[in-house]
Ligand binder design. Structure first.
Ligand SMILES: C=C1C[C@]23C[C@H]1CC[C@H]2[C@@]12CCC[C@@](C)(C(=O)O1)[C@H]2[C@@H]3C(=O)O
Ligand SMILES: O=C(O)CCC(=O)C(=O)O
Ligand SMILES: [Fe+2]
Length: 370
């Protein structure tokens, strides 16, 4: 099997065919056929184990979040108070966007070196084969491109995205401090979260993912295995399954399909939180598969520190027993490293594991035996 390093290109050069409309393809084109997937059939895995579900009102919320973050690197969160009506409006705007024709959507295309607009997810550039998905990244206001898509009717789209981002930001702040409290970390332990710890000035982005129905789902992949780079991701997975998380337990690891937990969001530890906690919390590998009959959408919200803040393992979490694992990096620098080295990015900033150690994860994330 090919390792991530094996398919990694220092300067991604793959140019994917942007004229292909996945929504109207009858047969899986060679450009989207991932030969190595055959053996495991991406959507066919079922494991009984399921990711912890944590209610924000649970009296042991801190302990449970801490445990889930150290073992799974994530959990479902319920009792979050985000209005269901807002989530419905979000879903319908996401459907409205991706149901436009290919030509219309290209009016909102992301321009090079920007994190705004319509296109393939950035990691697609690392792979020769294309992903069975479309994405749209909303870091800045979408008004500019949304008004090109719907000149007379873009306000509801923009309002929903802004409102949803505001809710997500507040939820991230709450969750981050609860998670960190489990390690004895408080607002006094670092300063980039601002004087009130409300993460003002932090970097946030909303990603809209769309997975059209796929004629041959076992040989295509929606989103290749990756970890998220920022501090925290709060993902709206929608009611159609597709997300899988790699559950690592000692020397064992297997993919777990994340089942629908009505009204929940999926929280994932990001690479920067792994660095900040000196490896106590783990950024899990995850991926998305597709299905034959239904389209699927998902909406992750990412939060990172201010771009120039220096993220370094917290001194409270470094000791003789637990030596410092990573060097200090800014978010900006880390994103650059991720765009260059993809899944080897954490190894690049590691003070222990040499960068050229063989990776045990194949190009689509299945584990080699051993
Ligand atoms: C803030 C982020 C986080 C990004 C890059 C940028 C905007 C889009 C995010 C994603 C979303 C899809 C997977 C990923 C791996 C990708 O290709 O784009 C993510 C990446 C990261 O977590 O590194
Ligand atoms: O579609 C999903 O459930 C996963 C999306 C994801 O991992 C991402 O956008 O980073
Ligand atoms: Fe992700």
């Amino acid at each position: 099997m090919v390792s991530v390093s094996g398919v990694f290109r220092p300067r991604p050069t793959y140019l994917h065919n942007t004229n292909l409309d996945l929504n109207s393809v009858q047969e899986l084109p060679d450009s989207h056929l991932w030969p190595a997937l055959d053996a495991e059939g991406s959507g066919n895995l079922t494991y009984v184990e399921s990711m912890p579900v944590i209610d924000l009102a649970d009296p042991d919320v801190v302990g449970r979040m801490g445990h889930a973050s150290e073992t799974w690197g994530g959990f479902h969160v319920t009792g979050h108070g985000v209005p269901l009506g807002l989530i419905d409006r979000l879903e319908s705007q996401v459907c409205r966007l991706f149901s436009l024709s290919r030509e219309q959507k290209l009016n909102a295309a992301r321009v090079p070196n920007s994190f705004n607009g319509y296109g393939q997810v950035p990691i697609a550039a690392f792979f020769e084969k294309s992903l069975w998905s479309e994405g749209c990244t909303i870091t800045d206001s979408p008004v500019n491109w949304a008004s090109r898509l719907w000149p007379d009717d873009y306000i509801e789209f923009c309002d929903v995205m802004e409102e949803y981002k505001k809710e997500m930001k507040a939820l991230c702040v709450r969750i981050m401090w609860l998670m960190l409290a489990s390690l004895g970390i408080t607002k006094k332990d670092f300063d980039w979260a601002g004087p009130n710890g409300d993460l003002d000035g932090s970097w946030t982005t909303l990603q809209l993912n769309w997975y059209p129905p796929c004629p041959d789902p076992n040989r295509a992949i929606g989103l290749v295995a990756h970890s998220d780079s920022p501090i925290l991701t709060v993902l709206y997975p929608s009611s159609t399954s597709g997300l899988q998380v790699l559950r690592e337990n000692g020397t064992q690891a297997h993919w777990v399909t994340i089942g629908p937990v009505p009204g929940s969001f999926v929280v994932n530890v990001g690479d920067l939180l792994q660095i900040l906690t000196n490896g106590r919390f783990r950024a899990p590998l995850h991926r998305a598969f597709v299905n034959r009959t239904h389209h699927r959408l998902s909406v992750p919200f990412f939060i990172g520190p201010p771009k120039d803040a220096l993220i370094t393992p917290l001194s409270k979490l470094v000791s003789a027993d637990r030596p410092q694992l990573y060097r200090a990096v800014t978010w900006d620098e880390y994103l650059g490293i991720k765009r260059k080295y993809f899944q080897d990015a954490l190894a690049v900033v590691s003070l222990r594991a040499p960068m050229d150690e063989p990776s045990n994860v194949s190009d689509h994330g299945s584990l080699e035996s051993g």
